[in-house]
Design a protein around this ligand. Structure first.
Ligand code: TNX
Length: 534
């Protein structure tokens, strides 16, 4: 068998096949598949030789969880149920010893073999295999390949805002499935904000009794019972994801005042708050009245009242007990209604409360330079790809304090930003609408000067929900741009091969259209992408 070899997909033939916008015809009148792999694997070699043919007679052997995941993918994509006993086998095995979350996938005419260092790696190998399944005339095939893959970053997150609009357990589980398929391993749930409190707590039942029933625009609210939350955590774990719950403080706390008026200050009404009320409606915030608008930065917990810290300890104590993952997120963004010294004192104490619970605090970048911030607090940077207003210095401060950094550049991977030419969903404050190309064209290693690769914990794509009411809205805003975030989080650095480029990505992501359609994902059919139809 003749082989074209080349590390990291550098072999010219592969690159051409991948970058061709459409699939050329082969001798059988079928098509030579483009390798629609997102995120791009660390190393891939396309082997010359016959592909593996997938049929009802194929036998899937090995790890039962991985086999079940593969079966579901193949049934959705190809309408096949490979439960045969034929010679053609797909073998799915764990072979401990490799890098965490890594896997190796080889496919040829006789077999497909996926071996992985751990269950997560095997799950990711199966996801890659699902992306490789392609129609070839009347057949379904897996092209002959050798893939060695492992993540660039340990933390690969998506964030869902369930506070501005509440989203059901089913919707959250669906988003977990979609994100895990792109090798994300963390779901950050933004559980509270000015418009509503979405998590039931035994120690503070008034929060959900009095502050969960509302949402932006007068839409219905809702909350997760503790059992719901545990169900989400368990579903995430089954897809190798942790849940990172966020209780946003000391700002974004207007809803807390509906349950505990003595814990919050009067809203601070700035000109910007008035402007947002004029543009988007919802009126001006008034203490004790539900807030249904889009303004941010007017509310604050009372910093000087010890009762506030009893509240913080109750809330994070209960959350810690039902969250197996290592992180609790305390928010800390846009606390414009809080005096800066008070803000610093608050985040220092809140992060200390979380650390004392045995968890690692996470905070938005504004909290980075607060004296007394708990050591090792993780920072989440939401500034621009080119930092403004000292946001990078604040992000750097977390690293100087012994913590890692999560990168969420707003003008690239805020998935709630409008698409160009599509203003019915999303906001546009982060440098205007965000094209798929802009979501892709940034490099995590060059955002914050003076931060080493090893200081970057990972990448997270937030999805704020002021304008998003349904699961379909979530799909539309996330897909395809979530693929760009997945690649930033998982794949080797931008430009390290000709495949880690926008030109390659747009073709690869376009090749995923049929798979996404088969899974019922309501992706935005962006005209930047050459979508494959089969
Ligand atoms: C900024 S960036 C926010 C959220 C909004 C979002 C809308 C950050 C940490 N906070 O409060 O929902 O913009 O895009």
């Amino acid at each position: 068998m003749k082989r074209h070899r080349g590390r990291g997909l550098a072999a010219a033939g592969i690159a051409l096949a991948l970058m061709a916008g459409c699939a050329p015809a082969d001798d059988n009148g079928g098509t030579v598949p483009n390798l629609a792999l997102v995120p791009l694997p660390a190393a891939l070699e396309q082997v010359e030789g016959d592909p593996f043919e997938l049929s009802a007679d194929t036998s899937i052997e090995g790890d039962p969880d991985a086999a079940a995941a593969l079966l579901a993918l193949v049934q959705a994509r190809a309408g096949l149920t490979p439960d045969g006993t034929g010679d053609a086998t797909v073998s799915l095995r764990i072979e401990p010893g490799g890098v965490a979350e890594s896997y190796r996938l080889t496919a040829d005419a006789a077999s497909v073999v996926v071996t992985a260092a751990d269950p997560a790696g095997l799950f990711y190998g199966v996801q890659t295999l699902g992306q490789l399944v392609a129609r070839d005339g009347e057949r379904w095939i897996v092209p002959a390949v050798e893939i060695d893959d492992a993540p660039r970053f340990a933390y690969r997150g998506v964030m869902l805002d369930v506070a501005r609009h509440f989203h059901s357990v089913e919707t959250v589980k669906g988003y977990i499935d979609r994100a895990a398929a792109l090798k994300f391993n963390a779901l950050h749930l933004h559980l509270t904000d000015d418009q509503g409190w979405r998590i039931e707590l035994d120690s503070r039942p008034e929060l959900t009794e009095l502050a969960s029933g509302m949402a932006v625009g007068g839409d219905p609210g809702g909350f997760y019972t503790k059992a719901d939350y545990r169900e989400i955590v368990a579903h995430a774990a089954s897809r190798h994801m942790i849940v990172v719950p966020e209780i946003d403080m000391p700002g974004h706390t207007h809803a807390v005042g509906l349950a505990y008026p003595t814990l919050v200050e009067e809203p601070v009404i700035s000109d910007e708050i008035r402007r947002v009320a004029q543009e988007f409606g919802g009126g001006l915030p008034a203490k004790g009245t539900p807030y249904e608008g889009l303004a941010v930065g007017f509310s604050s917990l009372r910093i000087d009242d010890e009762a506030t810290y009893d509240f913080v300890a109750d809330v994070f104590g209960e959350l810690a007990a039902m969250t197996p993952g290592p992180y609790l997120h305390l928010g800390g963004d846009e606390a414009l209604g809080t005096d800066p010294d008070d803000f610093a004192a608050f985040v220092a104490r809140a992060s200390g409360i979380i650390a004392d619970l045995g968890k690692t605090p996470v905070a938005w970048h504004e909290a980075g330079d607060a004296p007394g911030l708990a050591p090792s607090t993780v920072g989440q940077y939401w500034g621009y790809v080119r930092p403004t207003d000292g946001a990078d210095a604040k992000a750097r401060a977390f690293v100087q304090n012994g913590g890692g950094l999560i990168l969420s550049p707003a003008d690239a991977i805020y998935l709630d930003m409008q698409y160009p030419g599509k203003a019915d969903l999303g906001l546009a404050w982060a440098n205007g609408p965000t094209s798929v190309e802009r979501a892709y064209s940034w490099e995590p290693g060059t955002i914050v000067d003076g931060v080493e690769e090893s200081d970057i914990l990972g990448v997270e794509a937030p999805l704020w929900a002021e304008t998003l009411r349904t699961a379909e809205d979530i799909d539309t805003m996330a897909f395809p741009r979530i693929g760009a975030a997945a690649e930033a989080a998982w794949s080797p650095a931008t430009g390290t091969s000709e495949l880690r480029t926008w030109d390659s990505f747009r073709t690869r992501v376009g090749g995923l259209g049929p798979l996404w359609a088969s899974q019922g994902i309501a992706f935005h059919p962006s005209d930047e992408i050459p979508w494959a139809t089969e």
